[in-house]
Ligand binder design. Structure first.
Ligand code: DAK
Length: 258
């Protein structure tokens, strides 16, 4: 597929994907979702990828779903557009490696929902966050009503969802919406540093802990603990990643991951 909106590059096992439609502040349209779905499928099938960074070109991460495209939709088309986005965001979050949003500017509406579908978020000090759908007589359509309270708690989520207030990076950090804030010119360097920190770890262990943690959230405590036990066990045995990691520790050397 030829990508027109997404600009993917891979560097030492890290896929860096820039959303680039700056003239519309990277607003999410059907073409974006088609490209993103295709890219997600190809990255998921590539065992050499160990982490992904998603960022935006220009002054926005993503300023929301594309209002110019949405305005003409019927109720049925609106639901289909919402489901397409939900499927895409679920697939993004379920990628087998960690996905980091590097939030360079506006992350509004569907843009914040996209950032929340990632595993964690690093923000430029100039980034702005909000769910302004109610300004348009709409509500979130890409599961923001579900992800936001899980990330920041019910009260801060409902505050943002009902007031449409736009908050800055420091407030986003305070409520736990982002994990780190850095100067704009340091955003990619800092995000790459974190991605490299992850890619230096046992690749199977990283994949498994992401899967177990995410799946556990949708299960009971007991089911999640059992899932953890099964995958913990799968990292043992001759030739396993756990064996290499533990032997390397005892032999005081750096592990050689396969
Ligand atoms: N969609 C389309 N175009 C957008 C856009 C958007 N969300 N946001 C900005 N643009 C376009 C502007 O129209 C403008 O285009 P031109 O006039 O140059 O052709 C260009 O980007 C630059 O924007 P501004 O001139 O407005 O730039 P400023 O710096 O002055 O303002 C801003 C930046 C981010 C404060 C402002 O652009 C703004 O308020 N944008 C709208 C933000 C917003 O309301 N976002 C939420 C969108 S609603 C659902 C599925 C999904 C959703 C809901 C339901 N289902 C199907 C159930 C999600 C909804 C949303 O995300």
């Amino acid at each position: 597929m030829t990508y027109n909106i997404l600009q993917p590059v891979t560097e030492n096992g890290i896929a860096i994907v820039t959303i680039s439609r700056p003239q519309a502040l990277n607003a999410l349209n059907t073409a974006f979702f088609e490209e993103m779905n295709h890219l997600i499928a190809s990255l998921a099938a590539d065992n050499s990828i160990r982490a992904m960074i998603l960022t935006g070109a220009g002054k926005a991460f993503v300023a929301g779903a594309d209002i110019a495209e949405m305005v003409h939709k019927s109720a049925e088309e609106g639901s289909d557009f919402g489901r397409l986005g939900q499927r895409t965001f679920d697939a993004l979050g379920n990628l087998p490696f960690p996905v980091i949003a590097a939030i360079n500017g506006f992350a509004l509406g569907g843009g914040l929902e996209l950032a929340m579908a990632c595993d964690f978020r690093i923000a430029s000090s100039k980034a702005k966050f909000g769910q302004p759908e109610v300004n348009l007589g709409l509500i979130t359509g890409y599961a923001g009503s579900q992800r936001l309270p899980r990330l920041v708690g019910l009260a801060d989520a409902l505050y943002l969802l009902t007031t449409a207030e736009i908050i800055g990076a420091d407030d986003a950090l305070r409520i736990g919406l982002v994990q780190k804030v850095c100067e704009p010119e340091m955003l990619m360097e800092e995000t790459l540093r974190l991605a490299r920190q992850i890619t230096a770890k046992g690749p199977q262990a990283v994949r498994k802990i992401k899967m177990v943690t995410r799946q556990g959230l949708n299960s009971s405590f007991g089911e999640g603990s059992e899932l953890e036990a099964v995958h913990f066990g799968s990292l043992f045995g001759p030739g396993s990643e756990g064996e290499e990691g533990m032997k390397a520790f005892l032999e005081k050397r750096t592990p050689q991951w396969n």
